[in-house]
Design a protein around this ligand. Structure first.
Ligand SMILES: Cc1ncc(COP(=O)(O)O)c(C=O)c1O
Length: 392
């Protein structure tokens, strides 16, 4: 495994176990971006002079490196501002393109426990006349292939299922779901924001036509992501302008961010296996320690298959708001997605947790710099908070 950040602030007493909300930009990634902020500030669309040509060449190389990491052709990668935009482009862009070619809106399938960056575009499409079916995951958070089979209709155009859940970390059987789709000519999209960089990922193996990525989930910069658009997948753009990204995503490309994303992707691949082993050990230590001290705690989602850096637990019988208030000075964690608008987690509700249980839940997500000491301290902090709340 690679050494931890050389200059991470350890004096800060708050333990950060909220790495699924975002990760710190790695110093080597900042270094890779540096020249593209300072000297090489050209617009890659300016083909008449060296500054522009240099920027264009750099974008070409970053695109090539990212494409290689996914086993796709570089033309199949469209840069976006992140996974939210990639999901919008995939869902709205494909559904609307198909409505044009098919003579009207069709049927789309997704899952109750997806991120709002998938659910909300689908709700928009519903307003536009599309039919939307949301599958309910099993209590372990996973979707079964038979559920998809049963939901497919003659006019089903697109299925969207995330690779790894942002709250409970479970990993969906994407290959199997994609196989069902491809055998019936249905487009398969997957939001891989929480998976790329953390799990080995080859587009061909996943079998998806559209895949969304986000750099800030794997120690890259915020504000950059991509949509993988496999050859032959039709899309309508969501914005028009200078024709960048094959006309699918107009706007000047953010060269430093793209260079940072490529560097972060390479960094994540360098030690992916050893990092996962290390984080799994720490995560299991966290789960075991919490369970030993607080036997009533319930695990949310299957322990396997699950992201190595995710733990999500429900603490029965304590008030969620009081628990989070008690933890705040010592521990940064989440009760759900960072974008969940203060509502109890819809993911936990989808797997059958009550409103109170969902409120009294913690998502604990580890990062590449998380240490054993922090895990030991987190067990102590959470256990003390629970004890204090139970006594009052
Ligand atoms: C599964 C999932 N999809 C989409 C997003 C949004 O990504 P971005 O911040 O790049 O727009 C997130 C971030 O929380 C996520 O976890």
């Amino acid at each position: 495994m690679l050494p931890a950040h050389p200059n991470v602030e350890r004096r800060n007493v708050v333990i950060n176990l909220d790495h699924q909300a975002t990760t710190p930009c790695h110093p080597s990634v900042i270094e890779a971006m540096e020249p593209w902020w300072r000297e090489q500030w050209g617009n890659p669309s300016s083909r008449q002079h060296r500054l522009g040509l240099t920027a264009a060449a750099a974008i070409g190389s970053a695109r090539e490196r990212l494409a290689r990491s996914l086993g796709i052709r570089s033309e199949e990668l469209i840069f976006t501002s992140g996974a939210t935009e990639a999901n919008n482009l995939a869902l709205l862009g494909h559904a609307r393109a198909r409505a044009l070619s098919d003579g009207g809106p069709g049927h789309l399938i997704s899952v109750d426990s997806e991120h709002h960056a998938v659910l909300d575009p689908l709700m928009q499409l519903k307003e536009e006349g599309f039919q939307v079916t949301l599958l309910t995951p099993q209590s372990n958070g996973l979707i079964q292939v038979e559920q998809l089979d049963q939901a497919i209709q003659p006019n089903t155009q697109l299925v969207s299922v995330m690779v790894a859940n942002n709250e409970i970390g479970v990993i969906q059987p994407i290959k199997e779901l994609s196989a069902v789709c491809s055998s019936q000519g249905i487009t398969m999209h997957s939001d891989a924001a929480q998976a790329y960089g953390h799990l080995p990922m080859r587009a061909e193996e996943l079998g998806c036509d559209l895949i969304s990525l986000s750099a800030h989930k794997f120690n890259g910069p915020k504000g950059i992501g991509a949509l993988v658009v496999r050859q032959g997948t039709t899309l309508q753009p969501l914005q028009w302008g200078g024709g960048q990204e094959q006309g699918l995503r107009a706007g000047t490309l953010p060269v430093p961010l793209i260079m940072g994303m490529a560097a972060a992707a390479e960094l994540s691949l360098l030690d992916q296996k050893s990092r996962q082993t290390h984080l799994r050990t720490l995560r299991d230590q966290l789960w075991q320690g919490l369970k030993d001290q607080n036997p009533a705690i319930k695990l949310n989602g299957a322990l396997q298959p699950r992201l190595a850096h995710n733990l999500n637990i429900t603490i029965p019988g304590v008030s969620g708001s009081r628990l989070h208030r008690a933890l705040k000075p010592r521990l940064a964690c989440s009760s759900g997605s960072a974008c969940s608008r203060g509502e109890p987690s819809h993911v936990l509700r989808a797997i059958g947790r009550s409103r109170n249980e969902a409120e009294g839940s913690l998502r604990l997500s580890l990062g590449r710099d998380t240490t054993t000491d922090e895990i030991v301290a987190a067990i102590e902090v959470i256990t003390s908070a629970i004890k204090a709340l139970r006594q009052t």
